[in-house]
Design a protein around this ligand. Sequence first.
Ligand SMILES: NC(=O)c1ccc[n+]([C@@H]2O[C@H](COP(=O)([O-])OP(=O)(O)OC[C@H]3O[C@@H](n4cnc5c(N)ncnc54)[C@H](OP(=O)(O)O)[C@@H]3O)[C@@H](O)[C@H]2O)c1
Length: 224
Amino acid sequence: MESDPKVMTIAVLGGTGREGSGLVLRWAQSGYRVLIGSRDQARAAQKADELNAVIGEDVIQGLDNVGAAREADLVVLSVPYAAHEDILRSVADAMQGKILVDVTVPIQPPAIRTVYVPEGKSASLEAQSLLGDGVRVVAAFHNVSSSHLPDLDHSINCDVLVCGDDADAKSEVFQLVEAIAGMRAVDAGPLANAVAVEALTPVLMYINKRYKVAGAGIRITGLE
Ligand SMILES: NC(=O)c1ccc[n+]([C@@H]2O[C@H](COP(=O)([O-])OP(=O)(O)OC[C@H]3O[C@@H](n4cnc5c(N)ncnc54)[C@H](OP(=O)(O)O)[C@@H]3O)[C@@H](O)[C@H]2O)c1
């Protein structure tokens, strides 16, 4: 069943970071209640104050990761790949029955512009395997550069490829994508296809450096 976007609470674990905080800001602006999850509750509360001041409303709250996952209807994970497994293990119980939107890109620094395929083939497939069937994992937002998110007057010229094995969960994530100005959601198939979507991000980071741009993104042609 789809949640009413006006009452749905989204937790963003890693919401103090570049990508996560930008998504928090955009969703808060479009009317969602948003929780920032962090390893440090004080850091989350400070970021929440900062972002609430930007939008002029008190709709963002800072919690620790487990508290945020427990209180949310839907959870977004936006952390460095090196922290992915540990954070998932810590919130696995709190996540049961919910949707996890995994934004994490498997990257092995310092080779951040080279595709890295992890043991489980993709971060989101690893998340699904770790969390079990009680959590519906959807992969999305990997190809949206954080550089586009903080300026609320900036419309984002990027498609968001959405992969997942549960049609209802994907359609909830479509709503989250299209709540952000300029973004278009594109159904990119089952969660297994996230291998390709996650792998596009290091390619985009290579393009950023090669062409001296800040936030290359993708558009799928031929859909109109
Ligand atoms: N930046 C982008 O443009 C972009 C675009 C698309 C996808 N992504 C992907 O999105 C994810 C987040 O990217 P980001 O650029 O937002 O990362 P980031 O700013 O470096 O980190 C995000 C947050 O992750 C948390 N974290 C938890 N464990 C950590 C650890 N061991 N080391 C460092 N931070 C840890 C931190 O929050 P607390 O300290 O508060 O716990 C941090 O604020 C990554 O997987 C990235 O590949 C990023």
